[in-house]
Ligand binder design. Structure first.
Ligand code: GTP
Ligand code: SPV
Ligand code: MN
Length: 596
């Protein structure tokens, strides 16, 4: 084996582990990444020369590249994702489980010699701000230069991570090999007890950028339970009022349900002087501060965002973030080497090359861009980036919002009466499935805390952990539920969404700061007539009424349908959440008897 770069570390445990992986995968060469600009240029050139990425129109998109994945490898694969705890019970009823020995053996067989003729990149990275107590270090060994280039954008990568690690043995051990992208040989295995992740057979996003869903959420949630903090699938934003008052909010929406959009929102004209700042768009790590408040950091350093639907109209800050130094995956290409996707600004081009490299003509029934096509952009490109996004302390959270994609039942906004009620909202969240994972799209499934695919241990115990946080929080955030996706009889969304969500956010902030009223329903508080600021909103107010309405009949069905879900949760499901459900049903029935 030729060793192109000497290991830039004396960390014995790290060196020993890398050596072990080299023995297993047998790469032709090993390259330790330092995160420098010079290195970026070298990796980029290599990737271009091997046709792994392709330069885009340099006038329109300077520093941007295009990549196409294998059509069988375009999203996370939940059925091939495993939590490998010593017992099945620890992984719980919502995760696929494989015994650690079996997983190491099975994937070890696939890794054996898998990097012959290839390069192993050693990617040291930090999840979280450098030097923060909340941050964690990972090392990803990968044979994919695409992964290396994406990790460079998504994390604090290179020397900075090795410096922070020093001699410590406290780092996540990630091993990834693309193999021949055959779904038969595709496995994403997590070993929480070993702080280890093994991923084979995929080259796509959440399956292979191991810092993101694998470390920051699956391993992170396990560590969070053990160490007393929270790792969540949440955006973090700061709202600044015209008077300069800052309020930080975190929100959990399932994959492809609007986190990036909400995190980068531009308030409508009516909210002159208001400003939304992005701290993070996908993941929040949260700890109790000395002041008894919940403090959050964004462990990531970039955005791996959904391209379709992103436009100057829906998300101008995202559009500005992806004009330079961005990697595009599985979008369509124009004749002049620009990118395109469904929902982008301007007229639909007459002709394109679709995400599979095939000619595409306007009017075609097939999508030009894959519905889960993505951009990878540095956070620093975002004009709305919060100045605290990299603060080792994080930001103090005043409100937490849970939301899903629900055509019926769930109103535009609802505030929990108390912590248990709010945890109930999170635990019972439902959402229609999207293209972010392979499988059927558009069926309602329970997606507790938007963490169903990402919780690294038993879901019932996870609910218990959330409930237990209350005792540690002297100043807990207020908890809310939202739904931007309710539909009218015509099948269209009732609420305009995007920037107009500021109206809902304003009510949430005012509630969190105890300065606006609410109307009590059996499930929680909703805005009183007139309290939701609708001025300047050019829409039929009957539609707003429909979007905010609570239908007691629909809620009875919803709450009764939870029996199956609760039963599935197993022995660690907290009883208090079941009682919460029964209490709501009793309140509804009481109101109905009284003639509501
Ligand atoms: P992940 O990166 O998969 O975790 O997704 P995300 O939660 O960040 O979702 P994102 O903001 O990328 O939005 C996904 C899709 O939802 C896009 O097609 C958006 O256009 C659409 N969307 C986002 N916000 C709204 C909204 O307020 N209303 C409506 N109707 N659609 C929205
Ligand atoms: C999600 O699916 O929630 C994503 C994209 O953010 S991925 O990184 O593929 O998980
Ligand atoms: Mn996500």
């Amino acid at each position: 084996m030729k060793n192109e770069s000497l290991p830039p570390t004396k960390n014995k445990q790290l060196l020993a582990w890398v050596e072990e992986c080299i023995k297993l995968a047998k790469p032709d060469q090993v390259v330790w990444l330092d995160g420098s600009e010079e290195e970026k240029a070298r990796l980029t050139e290599e990737a271009v020369s091997k046709d792994i990425i392709k330069p885009l129109n340099a006038d329109k998109l300077p520093g941007c590249f295009y990549s196409r994945s294998n059509p069988n490898d375009v999203a996370r694969v939940e059925h091939l994702t495993f939590i490998c705890t010593p017992t099945k019970e620890e992984a719980g009823p919502t995760n696929n489980w494989m015994a650690p020995d079996e997983a190491y053996k099975k994937l070890g067989g696939l890794f054996d010699g898998s990097m012959k003729g290839r390069t192993m990149y050693v990617v040291p990275y930090i999840m979280g701000p450098a030097g923060s107590q909340m941050s964690k270090i990972g090392i990803e060994l990968t044979d994919s230069v695409y992964v290396a280039l994406n990790m460079r954008i998504m994390t604090r990568m290179g020397k900075v991570a090795l410096d922070m690690l020093g001699d410590s043995n406290d780092f996540n051990r990630g091993l990834h090999c693309t193999l021949d992208v055959n779904p038969e040989r595709r496995f994403i295995c997590h070993f929480p007890q070993d702080n280890t992740i093994w991923s084979v057979g995929s080259g796509y996003g959440g399956n292979v950028l191991l810092g993101k869903k694998c470390l920051a959420l699956r391993i992170g949630s396990y560590l969070g339970k053990k160490e007393g903090w929270l790792a969540e699938h949440m955006l973090i934003l700061g709202v600044e009022s015209p008077e300069g008052e800052m309020t930080y909010v975190a929100a959990a929406f399932p994959s492809a349900c609007g986190k990036t959009n909400f995190a980068m929102m531009i308030p409508p004209k009516r909210f002159k002087g208001w400003k939304v700042w992005t701290v993070g768009d996908d993941i929040a790590w949260m700890r109790v501060g000395e002041d008894g408040r919940l403090w959050a950091v964004n462990p990531e350093a970039g955005y791996f965002g959904v391209a379709p639907g992103t436009s100057m109209d829906s998300n101008p800050n995202a559009m500005k973030s992806i004009q330079k130094d961005t990697i595009y995956t599985n979008v369509a290409l124009t004749k002049d080497n620009d990118v395109w996707w469904e929902g982008k600004d301007g007229p639909v081009p007459e002709e394109l090359t679709d995400w599979q490299g095939r000619p595409w003509k306007k009017g075609s029934t097939e999508k030009a861009a894959h519905p889960n096509s993505r951009f990878t952009a540095p956070a620093k490109n975002n004009p709305a980036l919060s100045k605290y996004w990299d603060d080792p302390k994080g930001v103090p959270i005043s409100a937490i919002i849970f939301g899903g994609r629900r055509a019926t039942t769930v109103p535009l906004v609802l505030q929990a009466f108390n912590w248990v009620n709010g945890v109930f909202f999170g635990a019972t969240m439902g959402s229609e499935t999207t293209a972010a994972a392979t499988g059927q799209v558009g069926v309602v499934r329970r997606d507790p805390f938007a963490m169903l695919p990402f919780c690294g241990y038993d879901m019932g115990s996870y609910f218990g952990h959330w409930l237990g946080m209350q005792s540690k929080l002297e100043n807990p955030p207020k908890l809310f539920m939202v739904n931007w996706f309710r539909k009218g009889k015509d099948g269209k969304f009732l609420w305009p969404g995007f920037g107009e969500n500021m109206r809902v956010l304003k009510w949430i902030i005012d509630r969190a700061r105890l300065r606006v009223g609410g109307y009590e329903t059996p499930m929680g508080w909703v805005p009183k007539a007139g309290d939701l600021d609708l001025s300047g909103l050019n829409m039929d107010h009957e539609l707003v009424d429909e979007a905010t309405h609570i239908d007691l009949g629909e809620w009875t069905t919803e709450l009764e349908s939870l029996t199956e879900f609760f039963d599935k949760m197993g022995p660690n499901m907290p009883k208090v959440l079941k009682i919460q459900r029964d209490l709501m049903l009793e309140r509804i029935s009481m109101l109905q008897k009284a003639g509501a």
